[in-house]
Design a protein around this ligand. Structure first.
Ligand SMILES: Nc1nc2c(ncn2[C@@H]2O[C@H](COP(=O)(O)OP(=O)(O)OP(=O)(O)O)[C@@H](O)[C@H]2O)c(=O)[nH]1
Ligand SMILES: [Mg+2]
Ligand SMILES: [Zn+2]
Length: 337
């Protein structure tokens, strides 16, 4: 029978087959092949016990893995929902751009979701809307406290596996509690305190968002918030590709390969002067460009990343299994000023 691993605890995998949950062990074959089933993996299971509670089975085969995210370590992620509070805390524009760049780096579709609409002013919402309207991704304004504001989010999540990410305090866990029947995520100050404490186990878990046939196969993954974020080692001269709103003007720059910072007759800067490119986005671009050029490496953990995979057939089960092409994590990262 086919199912999806939604949780992994102490050597067991919790597999959701759509109708039931099974507590499964993985056959030794995976260890022999050096493969480890991951949360998010689609698997074939053999059912061994339907009387016990929970029911039990064995993971027999891994189905092909579309991708693998590190931190959190989840397979088959379709997209990332970037959650930022409109206010309390007010977003750091620089960090927001870093999140967007990081998601594009990972080839993960991002949806930008501004939370806490209930306590935001019209002015604050307008500024964010204008800044990010041309950034190349869908932009939503919600309040995790108001279920009626979540219609679009629900539609975007539907049928997909989505990782929620964003800075601490943005409201990721609160949103999950509102979206997922039965979820009981720690929120607020408490969650931050717990996370800083020692011995905090954080299980990666897929949570079913919504219920019924319509929301079948709709999964979300919570992540702890970042207080800073690292932009991978991208070439500074390529940074402009992450600013899709520049593209329209670039052919009119005097120099081919214009960086749009110090060059004369730059069409991007002209558009900026006319107010056709957001000043905030342009400022971030210049700041991040400088930081990438300066290459000020700092020690620390890298951001969530994606491993691209290739598939091949398992010699034993004859089912396709993924071959992980590990992309080395670069520790030359850049800290936010
Ligand atoms: N006014 C308002 N407060 C919210 C909203 N969503 C969340 N909050 C509050 O914001 C605080 C942080 O929410 P969390 O859900 O814990 O934030 P988080 O993004 O999970 O934070 P970390 O787990 O630290 O990364 C809590 O006190 C929530 O009650 C909202 O829509 N409106
Ligand atoms: Mg949280
Ligand atoms: Zn230019």
């Amino acid at each position: 029978m086919q199912g999806k691993i939604i949780k992994s605890i102490a050597g067991f995998y919790e597999v959701d087959t759509g109708d039931d949950l099974y507590r499964c062990r993985a056959k030794g074959i995976f260890r022999a092949l050096g493969k480890k089933p991951l949360v998010g993996d689609d698997v074939e299971i053999d059912i061994t016990d339907t009387v016990s509670d929970p029911k039990e089975g064995n993971v027999r085969a891994l189905l092909p893995r579309k991708n693998e995210l590190v931190r959190p370590n989840v397979a088959n992620v379709d997209q990332a929902l970037l959650i930022f509070a409109i206010t309390h805390p007010a977003p750091s524009y620089n960090m927001l751009d870093r999140f967007l760049i990081t998601m594009q780096e990972r080839e993960l579709d991002a949806i930008l979701c501004f939370n806490k609409k209930d306590i935001a002013t019209e002015e604050e919402i307008r500024e964010l809307r204008e800044t990010y309207e041309a950034c190349g991704c869908t932009v939503l304004f919600i309040s995790s406290f108001i279920p009626e504001s979540l219609g679009e989010v629900r539609e975007i999540l539907r049928g997909k596996t989505t990782v929620l990410t964003g800075p601490s305090g943005a409201g990721k866990s609160t949103l999950i509690n509102t979206l997922c029947p039965g979820a009981n995520m720690q929120t607020g100050e408490l969650s931050r305190k717990i996370r800083r404490g020692k011995n905090t186990t954080r299980h990666v878990e897929l949570l079913a968002a919504g219920s019924g046939e319509k929301f079948r196969d709709t999964w979300v993954v919570d992540t702890p918030g970042f207080t800073s974020l690292w932009v991978q080692d991208i070439e500074p001269d390529r940074l402009h590709y992450y600013y899709p709103e520049f593209e329209k003007w670039e052919p009119d720059c005097r120099f081919k390969g214009c960086i749009h910072i110090n060059e004369p007759d730059c069409a991007v800067k002209a558009a900026l002067e006319r107010g056709e490119i957001s000043r905030i986005r342009y400022r971030n671009y210049c700041e991040i460009y400088d930081e990438l050029r300066g290459r000020r490496p700092v020690r620390g953990a890298p951001p969530p990343g994606l491993h691209r995979n290739l598939s091949q057939t398992c010699p034993v089960s004859k089912l396709p299994v993924p071959v992980l092409r590990q992309i080395p994590v670069k520790l030359n990262s850049y800290k936010i000023r």
